[in-house]
Design a protein around this ligand. Structure first.
Ligand code: NAP
Length: 443
């Protein structure tokens, strides 16, 4: 009997995720080898600083400082790009794919910025690009969309895709604490980056929404083409107002497709969800994604969306798929079509104009506490055909100011934006209004 084939893996990046992959791969290696009937080895590792102390012990002769040399090493079959960013990570990915290797990535920013080029390079050179860890960490969401739900079209996908924001919103609500205080705590606990802007302004969620949109609809939507709003202007008062109306607040990505018109909308924004909604109950660093399929109906996925262990779990799942691709030509052909090319052929799909993106809205305004203010605001809204459903008025400090919270009946993005522009011209308005969407999703 011939000895089992050996596949060699190169790790580019040994930070949070890379160390997790090394640790769990080492622990599960024998089991994986036995299940796959092959030998596996992480043979080379590239880092920026070779002298840095790490939480894992790696033989010194396997570590180098040249990620491109690892990516193009002819002795390596699979390259894990775990560097992050869109510059060196792009070079490493394209170089490995051009050598016909399988690249495994957790890098949603890279996929969002250069996905089309990456998939085209993979196709041209017979390489493969796998990216389960790029969205929703330990939740096998990409496998679910691509494989388990392959018979479906997806009119609606929505959910919490950023654990940092969900942690901040959860703590603000639980502790009645302001955003800045909770953000500081999240940084101390390592749940938020030193530069939190990518997370709290919604861009990280937008990158993940772009990846999911590509998988579900075979088209790339750039974050600049989406509505992207973050959580940094939400206050403890908003949670109280939302609770009074029967809602919680979550940062959601919403990917909606109308298969009759072909229109697609992709958006990221804080959303009022009914308190009884299962996604509203998902707290802390967890992610939750609801996928509506036209055949399967709604399926829901909840789990750890980031962190060393959950992300390593997803990377290792891709490593196993990579072995499957390399091991068996016939299977490789089938999976290659899933792994390297758009999951679905690009159908006639165009972005919905703002007037076709409909919904209900929550508006918090700080106004002068004087007679006639509500009438002025109601007139400004009526001029744009936005009709008010409810009003909460609270006196607030300093004296002479009041907080006015309005919810609307069904309206649309064009009308609500025109309303905001109109309101901004009113003398009675103090400061910029806060606009939140109300999520009318059935479970
Ligand atoms: N952290 C998470 O929970 C998580 C979850 C899902 C996806 N991701 C994605 O996974 C990827 C990695 O994230 P991470 O949190 O592990 O990042 P990280 O902790 O910052 O690690 C980055 C690694 O890349 C190495 N590196 C940087 N520049 C390099 C260079 N010029 N040459 C060689 N190596 C270089 C660093 O080396 P040194 O160690 O020597 O500095 C470090 O080991 C990112 O795309 C991220 O978006 C992360």
């Amino acid at each position: 009997m011939s000895p089992p084939v050996k596949f060699r893996i190169g790790l580019c990046g040994l930070g949070t995720v890379g160390q997790g992959v090394w640790k769990h791969f080492a622990a599960k290696r024998a089991e994986l080898e036995s299940r796959l009937g092959v030998k596996l080895e992480i043979a080379r590792v590239a880092v920026r600083d070779r002298r840095k102390r790490r939480g894992v012990n790696i033989p010194a002769d396997r570590i180098c400082g040249d990620a491109i040399a690892v990516a193009t090493d002819p002795n390596l079959d699979i390259i894990c790009e775990l560097i992050g960013g869109t510059t060196l990570a792009r070079d490493v990915t394209l170089a490995a794919l051009a050598c016909g290797k399988v690249v495994v990535s957790a890098n949603k920013a890279l996929i969002c910025a250069h996905g089309a080029e990456i998939f085209e390079t993979a196709r041209r050179h017979g390489g493969h690009f796998l990216f389960e860890a790029s969205v929703a960490g330990g939740i096998p969401l990409i496998k679910a969309l691509r494989e388990g739900l392959v018979a479906n079209r997806f009119p609606l996908i929505y959910g919490i895709l950023n654990g940092t924001c969900n942690y901040i919103l959860t703590k603000m609500e639980e502790q009645d604490a302001p955003y800045t205080a909770v953000l500081g705590e999240a940084k101390r606990l390592g749940y938020a980056e030193a530069d939190e802007s990518l997370d709290v302004q919604g861009w990280d969620t937008a990158h993940k929404a772009a990846v999911l949109t590509f998988l579900a609809h075979g088209t790339w939507v750039k974050p600049e083409q989406m509505i992207v709003e973050g959580i940094d202007r939400i206050t403890p008062e908003d949670f109280k107002n939302a609770a009074a109306l029967g809602y919680g607040i979550k940062l959601l990505a919403v990917i909606a497709r109308d298969f009759t018109t072909g229109e697609l909308s992709v958006r990221v924004h804080p959303t009022l969800l009914p308190e009884s909604h299962v996604v509203a109950k998902v707290s802390g660093v967890f992610n939750a994604v609801s996928v509506q399929g036209d055949v399967a109906g709604t399926t829901l996925y909840i789990g750890r969306g980031a962190g060393q262990d959950a992300t390593a779990s997803a990377v290792i799942s891709d490593l196993v798929d990579a072995v499957g691709l390399l091991k068996n030509d016939r299977r490789a052909f089938i999976t290659a079509r899933k792994g390297s090319a758009p999951a679905r052929p690009e159908r006639a799909c165009r972005l919905a104009p703002p007037e076709h993106i409909r919904g209900r809205y929550y508006l918090r305004l700080t106004v002068r506490d004087e007679p006639g203010v509500l009438a002025q605001i109601a007139t400004a809204m009526a001029d744009q055909q936005v009709s008010i459903a409810s009003v909460i008025q609270r006196a607030q400090e300093p004296a002479g100011e009041a907080s006015l919270v309005l919810t609307t009946h069904q309206s649309d993005e064009r009308a609500i934006r025109a309303t905001l522009a109109r309101l901004a011209r009113l003398r009675c308005l103090l400061g910029k209004p806060l606009l939140l969407r109300i999520g009318d999703f059935s479970e």
